[in-house]
Every structure is written in structure tokens, then in C-alpha cells.
Write a protein that binds this ligand. Structure first.
Ligand SMILES: [Zn+2]
Length: 295
């Protein structure tokens, strides 16, 4: 498996153009053969970068893929994928609008995350040409430089409340660092696991992913619906211990590319396995720092 990352900054207060470009470079499916060969490729667009996962061990396939996604995109595919994008983002409005509001609050500028807009095709073509260049791709399994870092803990700013589509969300923010980025992902897993455990098995309520972890170029945030804050503040130590045991036991099956990619883009290295395991082992300490931030 290869994970390919590329910096794709927002344009005009939105990541609509980068997201559309991600679709266009993958979208050319004309036959059953194309369809099945596309199934080993997936793309994902975030607030300031784009990632692709390529399910192969062949360096030749990887190199061909990198050539394909840098080839010029056509106006026809842009028009077609703009329609697909619109249908994709519509159901995700809750999280999209939450991310936009957190951005607005932190940076004071408007941001329309996860929206589809009318954009001129030549701007999409120009964006692709500027950002999809051979030397701008970071391929995790090829370029990875795992580093052991000195862990000093993560401190969250006091959480703030945001109204989002009729719900109240409580958002905690930490500065972006190699440590806080990985911790963000682990905390989200811990909190979601506890919400599922508690809601599903003691309240009989079906539980969705109720927490959201996200990142901007210099901030990592965790957001949770206000109605769960009281419960999450009482997450039992025994639950966190089981979480640590389970996560370490399954470490080799875990996919940590989500945090390795942004670190490679920003620092040129990712966290070593030892550092990640150390963070997981200290889960309780990180959880306490998060809890401190809550109202
Ligand atoms: Zn998409």
C-alpha cells in the first residue's frame, strides 16, 4: 500500500477547487476494466492537503499513477465531476459546517468547507497544473523518515462552544505538533469508543461517530456534542486501560497514515513506532489534559 500526500491549499476561502481536482485526477472510468483497476485507488481531500491510497506494492504501478495524476485534466471531466462533488458533499453538511465554524472562530476569516461552488474550469486547470507536480508529492512508504521525538505533553486551550445546525458543540484546540497531531487521532478513537460503549451497551442507543478530530496547518481540534461532555468527563480509568491494551495489541493492523502524511508534509518526518506506542501508553495523561479544557 502506498499513501501519497500533496499540499493543496484552499482557494477563495474554500477547498472546493482542490477537492474537485482530486476527483478529476481519479475520475476517468470508461470501461469495466477501468472501474476495477480504480478500486485499488482512493482519494481524500482535507482542509489543506489531499491524500491518495494506492493498494499495490509495485513501484511501477506507483510511478504510473504519479504520471497519470499530473497529466492535464480536461474541461469535460471537470464539468462531470463538479456534479458528482455536489452530490457527495450535500449529506456531510453537519461536519462541514462545523469545520467551517471552527476555522472562522480560530482565524476570523470565512471558510466554506465541504461545499461545492461554481468555479471557472480554467481556474481548476490552473490549480491542478500548479500543485500536482512530480516533486510536490510525498509518498509515505517510499519517503518515510520515522523519528523518535521527545514527548512533552499536549495542552489544550480552554474549550469554546459553537452552535452548529441546532446542536451545541464543545471544541478544544491544541497547537499543531508531531505529538498533538497523533494524540488528536488517538483521543478521537478513545472518546468514540467510550461513547459507543456507554450509549450502545448501557442506554440502548445506536451510536455514530460523535466526536470530530480535525486539523488546520497549525492547529489540531477535537469537537464533541455538548450533551456528551458530562459523560466524557467521567471516562473511567479502567476503560482507558482496556483501550490502551487493545490498541497496542492491534498496533500492526492500525493504519496511522492519517497522521503520518501531514507530518511528512510539514516537518519532513513522521513519528516512529516507539513514539506512537509511547503516546498510546500515556493515553490517560493525554485524556486528562483534554478533560481539563472542558467546561
Ligand atoms: Zn470527494
Amino acid at each position: 500500500m502506498y499513501h501519497i500526500y500533496v499540499d493543496t491549499p484552499q482557494q477563495d476561502g474554500s477547498e472546493c477547487i482542490p477537492h474537485l481536482v482530486e476527483h478529476c485526477v481519479l475520475g476517468n472510468v470508461k470501461s469495466a476494466r477501468d472501474y476495477f483497476s480504480q478500486r485499488r485507488i482512493s482519494g481524500e481531500n482535507y482542509t489543506y492537503y489531499t491524500s491518495f491510497a494506492l493498494d499495490t506494492d509495485s513501484e511501477e504501478v506507483l510511478n504510473r499513477f504519479l504520471v497519470d495524476i499530473t497529466a492535464p485534466i480536461s474541461p469535460e471531466i471537470i464539468a462531470y465531476e463538479a456534479g458528482v462533488l455536489k452530490k457527495e458533499v450535500t449529506p456531510q453538511r453537519y461536519f462541514s459546517s462545523l469545520i467551517s465554524k471552527v476555522w472562522q472562530r480560530l482565524y476570523g476569516t470565512g471558510y466554506r468547507y465541504g461545499t461545492s461552488q461554481r468555479v471557472a474550469r480554467n481556474r481548476v486547470i490552473a490549480y491542478h497544473a500548479a500543485h500536482y507536480q512530480k516533486d510536490r508529492f510525498c509518498v509515505l512508504e517510499r519517503d518515510s523518515r520515522p523519528m523518535r521525538v521527545e514527548l512533552s505533553g499536549v495542552s489544550y486551550e480552554p474549550a469554546f462552544a459553537i452552535r452548529n445546525r441546532g446542536e451545541k458543540e464543545i471544541v478544544s484546540v491544541a497547537d499543531f505538533s508531531p505529538e498533538s497531531s497523533f494524540v488528536g487521532g488517538i483521543m478521537e478513537k478513545l472518546l468514540d469508543a467510550y461513547l459507543e460503549f456507554h450509549e450502545r451497551y448501557s442506554q440502548g442507543e445506536y451510536s455514530y461517530n460523535d466526536t470530530l478530530y480535525g486539523e488546520f496547518p497549525d492547529k489540531v481540534f477535537l469537537s464533541v456534542e455538548a450533551k456528551f461532555v458530562g459523560l466524557l468527563k467521567m471516562l473511567p480509568e479502567s476503560f482507558a486501560e482496556e483501550f490502551v491494551r487493545h490498541t497496542l495489541e492491534n498496533f500492526d493492523n492500525g493504519d496511522y497514515a492519517d497522521s503520518d502524511g501531514p507530518l511528512m508534509l510539514k516537518y519532513g518526518f513522521c513519528l516512529s513506532e516507539e513514539s506512537k506506542k509511547e503516546i498510546i501508553r500515556n493515553c490517560q495523561k493525554y485524556y486528562e489534559a483534554y478533560r481539563e479544557s472542558l467546561p
